[in-house]
Design a protein. Structure first.
Length: 150
């Protein structure tokens, strides 16, 4: 074998070795394995919580309650009646209609209506009705008129 053949054999051997190295995937470092393990545990945890929530989901419909949560306040001849609506049921409620009626001498003098777009399970929303007459001198009724199931 002459010198040029030896050089070509050496080059072909080095090409074969580099091809074999390129075909094998690179080895993972310990930091990559730790990151992979943590990400896998987080993913399994989220999947477990979703599964648990789905299995233990109560079959209860929406239960919506309304409360006056603060004292009525007066500002510039207007009376603000703050309220809080809460869904304690198991199902989400959409388009929750809240109605207020202010009666004097058994006659409805003022009404108000508000729409709450979305009220999920155990969620609370706050708002206020505004009246021109003092609700403390009459009979104030707050109630939920209706809601839609999603």
């Amino acid at each position: 074998m002459n010198d040029s053949q030896k050089v070509s054999n050496i080059n072909s051997d080095s090409n074969n070795n580099s091809n074999q190295e390129e075909q094998q995937p690179p080895k993972r470092t310990p930091a990559e394995w730790v990151t992979f393990g943590i990400a896998s545990l987080i993913l399994l945890g989220v999947m477990g919580l979703v599964g648990y929530s789905w299995i233990t989901k109560p079959e209860e419909k929406a239960i919506i309650s309304i409360n006056i949560n603060n004292k009525i306040r007066q500002v510039n001849d207007k009376f603000y009646v703050p309220f809080e609506v809460e869904n304690t049921g198991g199902e989400t409620a959409e388009s929750v209609q809240v109605i207020a009626e202010l009666k004097f001498s058994d006659k409805v003098e003022e009404t108000g209506e508000q729409q709450i777009d979305f009220l999920s399970r155990n969620e609370k929303q706050s708002g206020a009705f505004i009246f021109s007459r003092n609700p403390e001198l009459g009979k104030l009724t707050l109630r939920v008129g209706s809601y839609k199931s999603p």
